[in-house]
Design a protein around this ligand. Structure first.
Ligand code: FE2
Ligand code: FE2
Length: 376
């Protein structure tokens, strides 16, 4: 039988086909973009690995009904064929774009592409190593979606003469090991915060279409629905073992991950002032709005939310942002002076993080059934 491979990742039904699709070949092997994607700092997206056998041993029978419903929705694949350019894709004058905006926007696309691909690599590996039908099926479906997302961003980058060599990245990027429970917390949060980020920008641009300086934002609605379902899957996985969210130690871990994910997003977004100005979005407003939505959603499974209205919250985030700028300046400056600036910046960032971490949480009674539908 002659099976035709799709020419575009958007049309692929499996992650393997998506990664083999024509739009995955870097037409231009952009070394700088790949180097940026290779960076491992506190602020750049990482690649993860975990104890795949432990993940494979999960028994989803306690959430069977909701599980089958979610998998059914994902298998129905409403977004097949969606993540590629069509007649809604407006022409972009990359050469005419204001240089600072261009640099920040490209940085945004590279970092988003790396993050999508990081999910793809982790999920694909789980699917490959596992033998538990429920788990491998879920991870195959999620890997398929992330491969499409990454492929689509790479299409957008290619128009600017840039492509991240994703195959090379898989080989060359360092992998960070996380125990499965940390994968649940971190990945659940990154899927849900991804949903909140994409939908907030999408709704803002729906109301202010003149600010839509690139067509990719038109795709954010279906995009965030994919991320929403991925987050739902992790909520169900956590539900299979109540200890994961109820024990004292794990509550502390959840608070730590919430604080780390929120503050990283804040600092990272503040590095792109021109990008947010072009969208007509105040990064502080945007940050708080995304935190509010993510907190509200995470009540489905986490027994607490962070108090993002606490008087110490925003001032500590601002200090963290200042400290980060100081570290970056120190790195640029180099030498002994630069080293001192970096050390002082790191100490300041650490103190700001502790200040965030010691804000009392708001307790939440978790519902029996975690399932939600995207509502924003
Ligand atoms: Fe994604
Ligand atoms: Fe996702």
């Amino acid at each position: 039988m002659n099976v035709q491979r799709p020419t575009h990742s958007a049309d692929a039904s499996t992650v393997e086909d998506a990664l083999a699709a024509g739009n995955y070949d870097p037409v231009i092997d952009s070394k700088t973009a790949t180097d940026v994607a290779l960076q491992n700092t506190l602020l750049t997206p990482r690649f993860y690995t975990t104890d795949f056998d432990e993940l494979d041993a999960i028994d989803v029978s306690s959430v069977r009904e909701e599980w089958d419903k979610l998998i059914g929705q994902m298998k129905a694949d409403p977004n097949k064929g969606h993540f590629k350019k069509n007649e809604d894709w407006d022409h972009i004058d990359w050469d005419g774009m204001e240089p600072k905006l261009k640099a920040e926007f490209i940085d945004f696309l590279i970092s988003s592409c790396t993050a999508e691909f990081s999910g793809c690599v982790l999920y694909k590996e789980m699917k490959r190593r596992g033998s538990n039908k429920d788990i491998t099926e879920l991870f195959q479906l999620m890997a398929r979606d992330e491969a499409r997302h990454a492929g689509f961003i790479n299409d957008a980058l290619r128009e600017a003469g840039i492509a991240v060599n994703l195959g090379f990245l898989t080989q060359a990027k360092k992998y960070t090991y996380f125990r499965p429970k940390f994968i649940y917390y971190a990945t659940y949060l990154s899927e849900k915060i991804g949903y909140a980020r994409y939908i907030t920008i999408y709704r803002h641009l729906e109301a202010n279409p003149d600010k839509r300086f690139h067509p990719i934002f038109k795709w954010f609605c279906e995009w965030c629905n994919d991320e929403f379902s991925h987050g739902e899957a992790f909520a169900l996985l956590m539900k299979t073992d109540p200890k994961l969210t109820e024990s004292y130690a794990n509550r502390l871990w959840i608070k730590f991950f919430l604080t780390a994910v929120f503050s990283t997003m804040w600092v990272r977004d503040h590095q792109r002032p021109a990008f947010h100005a072009a969208l007509g979005v105040d990064p502080e407003w945007y940050g708080q709005e995304v935190f509010r939505k993510t907190s509200e959603i995470s009540k489905q499974v986490f027994p607490m939310t962070l108090d993002i209205n606490h008087p110490r919250w925003i001032p500590a985030l601002r200090r963290m942002q200042d400290a980060n700028a100081q570290i970056a300046d120190g790195r640029k400056q180099g030498g002994l002076g630069g080293w001192f600036a970096r050390m002082a910046g790191s100490a300041k960032a650490g103190a700001a993080f502790v200040s965030l971490l010691t804000i009392p949480v708001e307790k939440n009674a978790v519902p029996d059934s975690p399932r939600l539908e995207p509502a924003y």
